[in-house]
Design a protein around this ligand. Structure first.
Ligand code: SER
Length: 340
């Protein structure tokens, strides 16, 4: 008999860390998959951990032979900055990888006869505002507005949202015998996520976590966007909360498959100010890198998350002040003090 599990791809990443710890608490058996061997600290929380590529059909086949997969959190992706250096590789990982996992969910549902929940972290990168004037004018954007991403990563995320919606609602719509795919796809368009215990790699919203982590370590930091640059951010515990709350929501309450979630939306200067309050000796300067700053300018200043609040009761626990005072500053300070 195969063991019933929840599969997490990209498990070593920032969201994976928080998510695995959370799922352990409610007794979910997790199979963690990542390109790199799973962090020692996460291993005790996993039923099994596997190092391998989601594009490796052989590996995925073996996985299915051993486990009955009831839910998938597909977190593996090449983020927005890294993807610009290898756009075609990003497409393979971000789109083809996602399609493979959706197909795996379809097959699993056929085997065990119940729907497979597929949780997908999308991103504010799915938006593309043409210029800062427009961005400032429109303010909070709804899910269906301004879907003209300028990055490969953003294009990939937007397309995968459509793939998930297609598989959930319209799969093989012309087949003589109407059956559902068995996939229950749900996506969240995340703001920039800030974790106190992990550093992001390859993202463009990374200036916020980089600023805070550098200050906590007493290292100087030159921020790659201008002081007035503004995008939405969220503390990692709220990111995990959003995923698990959406996963648990009754399907009949969902009026859409893709949801914005908001928390706070500071400028880079406001983040610097907050960091300086906690670490008065921090050396933070601004040295904008035009191409990366342009990507941030194309992302919305804030998001309209009315649908998430209405359909599944979304509400962040951390606003800007609380994220710093009760989560980031104490946790980061402890983290680096322990490593001295
Ligand atoms: N944080 C991501 C990035 O910067 C956006 O989803 O690429």
């Amino acid at each position: 008999m195969r063991v019933p599990v929840t599969l997490i791809t990209g498990a070593n990443g920032e969201i994976g860390h928080g998510l695995i710890e959370h799922l352990r608490k409610n007794g979910t058996a997790v199979v963690a998959l990542d390109l790199k061997p799973i962090d020692e600290s996460l291993r005790p929380y996993c039923h099994a951990h596997i190092a391998g590529d989601i594009l490796d059909d052989f590996l995925m086949g073996r996985l299915v032979s051993e486990y009955e997969i009831n839910a998938i959190y597909h977190l593996a992706a090449l983020l927005s900055t890294r993807a610009e250096y290898t756009p075609e590789t990003a497409h393979s990982v971000n789109v083809e990888g996602t399609l493979k996992l959706i197909k795996l969910a379809v097959e699993q549902a056929r085997w065990h006869g119940h729907r497979v929940k597929f949780l997908f972290p999308s991103s504010i990168a799915a938006y593309g505002l043409p210029d800062v004037e427009t961005k400032n004018k429109v303010g909070r954007v709804r899910e269906t507005d301004w879907n003209f991403p300028t990055t490969m990563y953003g294009c990939n995320k937007l397309y995968c949202e459509h793939l998930g919606r297609y598989y959930t609602l319209h799969y093989r719509q012309l087949a003589a015998e109407q059956t559902t795919s068995g996939v229950d796809f749900r996506a969240i368009r995340f703001p920039g996520l800030i974790s106190a215990v992990t550093m992001p790699t390859g993202g463009t919203s990374d200036y916020a976590p980089e600023m805070i982590h550098a200050a906590a370590q007493g290292k100087p930091y030159a921020c790659f966007v201008a002081p007035e640059a503004r995008i939405p951010f969220m503390a990692m515990p709220d990111g995990v909360k959003a995923l698990v709350t959406l996963a648990a929501a009754p399907e009949e309450r969902l009026t859409q498959r893709v949801y914005n979630v908001g928390a706070f939306s500071p400028t880079a200067a406001e983040i610097r100010e907050r960091v300086l309050r906690a670490f008065p000796h921090a050396d933070i300067t601004f040295k904008p890198d035009k191409p990366r700053a342009r990507i941030i300018d194309s992302w919305p200043a804030d998001v309209d998350d009315t649908a998430a609040r209405r359909d599944w009761g979304w509400q962040p626990d951390y606003d800007f002040a609380r994220a710093f005072d009760e989560y980031l500053v104490p946790t980061i300070s402890r983290y680096y003090a322990e490593r001295k």
